[in-house]
Design a protein around this ligand. Structure first.
Ligand code: HEC
Length: 177
């Protein structure tokens, strides 16, 4: 191989490597998440306006951060949801530093259960065209990308009553009545 071609090949390889690192998360830090990882909202634990769970059985630590008045970093395995179709899941530390190791999910929910629609990091867009990370990154750093009502994110354009109606209408929940 000529020196010039060799250099070009080397540069292309380096560029690919860098692009790969920027785009893909560190898979060794990934917690397995499938359709079955998600529960009906009322089977989760409510903290204030949203619902939490922990895929690694560490619910207490997740609830402690969610209840904190000063913020904190959610532990690995944390699942957070305001409305049934939009969920954040926390992977192990170092999985994807750009999103504080959160993965964003858009779910398709029905009486049959949950099917993951879209999942990923900074690129995930909800069905209204909104980028999850774009909004959630506005939360002040001590809140670990959780918007809440006063963490610095722009408020949602739907009312609290509408949010409650969507929460209460989770089609996956088994109703007694
Ligand atoms: C237009 C901005 C915007 C977009 C886009 C958006 N969110 Fe949010 N999200 C918010 C705000 C603001 C709240 C807090 C709402 C409240 O309780 O008043 C919130 C609440 C949440 C919560 C509850 C915890 C919290 O941060 O308060 C989760 C989980 C969540 N969103 C996940 C997602 C996911 C996943 C997506 C993409 C599929 C997404 N969001 C897209 C702004 C947004």
């Amino acid at each position: 191989m000529k020196a010039k071609t060799f250099t070009r090949t080397l540069l292309a390889g380096a560029a690919l490597l860098l692009a790969g690192q920027a785009m893909t998360a560190d898979n060794s830090k990934q917690i397995e998440v499938s359709d079955d990882s998600f529960n009906c909202l009322t089977a989760m634990t409510q903290v204030g306006e949203y619902f939490v769970d922990n895929l690694l059985g560490n619910l207490e630590a997740t609830v402690a951060v969610a209840q904190s008045a000063t913020g904190g970093t959610f532990p690995p395995g944390s699942v957070v949801s305001l409305i049934p179709s939009e969920v954040m899941v926390k992977h192990q530390e170092g999985w994807n530093p750009a999103t504080n190791d959160w993965e964003f999910f858009e779910l398709n929910v029905s009486a049959e259960g949950t099917a993951i629609g879209v999942r990923g990091t900074t690129e995930v867009v909800n069905r209204f065209g909104g980028n999850c990370f774009g909004c959630h990154t506005l939360a002040r750093s001590e809140w670990d990308l959780i918007c809440g009502t006063d963490h610095g994110c722009a408020p949602l354009s739907i009312s609290r009553e509408q949010i409650h109606a969507i929460q209460n209408g989770d089609p996956r929940c088994v109703r007694e009545d």
